[in-house]
Design a protein around this ligand. Structure first.
Ligand SMILES: Cc1cc2nc3c(=O)[nH]c(=O)nc-3n(C[C@H](O)[C@H](O)[C@H](O)COP(=O)(O)OP(=O)(O)OC[C@H]3O[C@@H](n4cnc5c(N)ncnc54)[C@H](O)[C@@H]3O)c2cc1C
Length: 465
């Protein structure tokens, strides 16, 4: 098969590359290869079973058209300070400008016109004052919240639009390897599990998301694609009653707080806050069960959940951050018999496990009903655990009640951003013809920034018309 451009991965980074090429009037022949299904066929059976079935060969929550975005909470972060380190590659100014541009595309496809976090400046000031005295930084970030169900519709609209405009989409095909000839990338090897195919292309874009990060790491090592081990985030998902988070939920929707707690002074931050949301489970292909969270636009729970993440960087001789985080996850899964573990904060401080009957004695009830009450400290590295405990105490000064005995901590919450691919500001790798985008490239960590990277890639490729 021959094409002008092959894009591997139909997440936001991949689809916005194609969208921007169309915007620029490109006549390039575009092939989008996605190992999951079209958005119409993506379906998580947990809606009916109430229990994660560890779907094989892949999880529908993270795989298929729109990638991890379709079933995600759909929060578009409108500040360059959130969503990864792409601004350090392309400049903060270009990142902010392109966020605005990309946001207009989301609006065109039906995103809610309301933006959270732009009002109540006096109340924001009061929150910031409390954060300062707690030693935390409050990051300003307006949010456009699509909501899980609306995000699904918006991406469905984009899928139909791409199809109408002639973008060829191959679903159920996985990229196994690159085709390299004399050090130049000439395309990819793909398979549907039965038959292998070679796709020859002038340009190859790899945008395989978090799920594809370890695959890309292997590809980089095999083909000498310049890269460096990046960061992995190890943490927990915290769940409290909405009443505790009422003010920050109303004023900020999402409180992005960053701290460097003693004694390690590692970066610890809040991430993905879901007022009235639900804690969820995702399963990676290797059966690793990790916790996440999302919220619907209409359906609300009495709880708010958010992640607390500790960034881990390693130096010589160790260079396998993904493997490290996976081991932590596997150990936690082992203790939970393959399910997510949940423990009360007070039990952690008291050095005891949580028992199922104790969960029912609290105001807060887990929104992930199949989480197993247990002891997350038996699997969490000391450094990460202490960072989390000390950060929660600091958070308690910003949000009184956050460090309550009954506050729930789910584990493992892991974010794999490793293997940052070395590229110039036009996303050229050291292999001519090859570009890497989005979360798998190590440069982004969110829907908006991954979309922005796609838009900029599209503009670069349009110059080749
Ligand atoms: C439950 C959940 C909630 C989230 N909520 C938010 C949120 O509210 N706001 C936010 O900003 N971010 C959120 N995120 C993160 C966000 O979804 C990602 O940052 C974003 O989707 C990254 O885009 P991407 O295009 O880089 O990769 P992805 O969206 O992960 O897409 C990559 C695609 O590549 C495909 N793929 C992987 N390997 C191969 C291969 N070898 N061959 C072919 N195809 C392959 C995958 O199936 C996938 O569809 C959430 C993530 C999850 C899982």
């Amino acid at each position: 098969m021959n094409t002008d451009l092959v894009i591997i991965g139909a997440g936001p980074a991949g689809i916005f590359t194609a969208l921007e090429l169309l915007e620029k009037g490109s006549k390039m022949k575009i092939l989008l290869v996605e190992k999951g299904q079209s958005i119409e066929k993506r379906h998580c059976p947990k809606d009916k079973t109430g229990k994660c079935l560890s779907c094989k060969p892949y999880c529908h929550i993270t795989t298929g058209f729109s990638g991890a975005g379709a079933f995600s909470d759909g929060k578009l972060s409108l500040s360059y300070e959130v969503g990864g380190d792409l601004p350090t590659l392309i400049t903060p100014e270009l990142a902010q400008e392109t966020i605005h541009y990309t946001d207009q595309i989301y609006l065109r496809f039906g995103a809610d016109t309301h933006v959270e976090g732009l009002e109540n400046t006096e109340e924001v000031k009061a929150i910031r004052k409390r954060a300062i005295s707690a030693g935390l930084k409050l990051v300003d970030c307006p949010i456009r919240h699509m909501g899980t169900e609306k995000a699904h519709d918006i991406y469905l609209g984009i899928e139909h639009y791409l199809a109408e405009k002639g973008v060829e989409m191959l679903f159920g095909y996985e990229c196994r390897d690159l085709i390299l000839e004399d050090g130049v990338c000439k395309g990819v090897h793909i398979t549907d599990g039965r038959q292998d195919q070679q796709v020859y292309a002038k340009h190859t874009v790899i945008a395989t998301g978090r799920r594809g990060a370890d695959w890309l790491e292997t590809i980089c090592a095999d083909h000498n694609i310049a890269h460096q081990p990046g960061t992995v985030d190890i943490g927990v998902r915290v769940e409290v009653r909405n009443e505790v988070m009422e003010t920050v939920n109303r004023v900020l929707y999402e409180s992005k707080l960053v701290g460097y707690p003693r004694p390690f002074k590692n970066k610890v931050r809040t991430f993905c806050q879901n007022p009235g949301g639900f804690v969820s489970q995702e399963n990676y292909d290797n059966d690793l069960a990790v916790v996440n969270g999302h919220s619907y636009k209409e359906l609300k729970s009495p709880n708010t959940n958010l992640a607390i993440l500790c960034s881990h960087n390693f130096s010589v001789p160790f260079n396998q951050p993904i493997a490290y985080a996976q081991k932590v996850g596997e150990l936690t899964n082992m203790l939970g018999a393959g399910q997510i573990l949940v423990q009360r904060f007070g039990d952690i401080l008291d050095g005891k496990r949580t028992w199922p009957k104790e969960l029912s004695q609290s105001n807060v009830r887990p929104t992930l009903p199949d989480a197993v009450a247990g002891d997350i400290t038996a699997a969490m590295p000391y450094r990460a655990m202490l960072n989390i405990i000390n950060f929660i105490h600091a958070m308690d000064q910003v949000v009184p009640g956050f460090a309550a005995y009954e506050t729930l901590l789910y584990s493992p919450e892991l974010k794999f951003y490793s293997n940052r691919v070395k590229m110039d500001a036009e996303f050229n790798t050291n292999i001519p013809g090859l570009h890497c985008l989005g979360d798998s490239s190590g440069w982004t960590r969110g829907l908006m920034m991954a979309s922005v990277m796609g838009v900029l890639m599209g503009r670069q490729l349009a110059k080749h018309n």
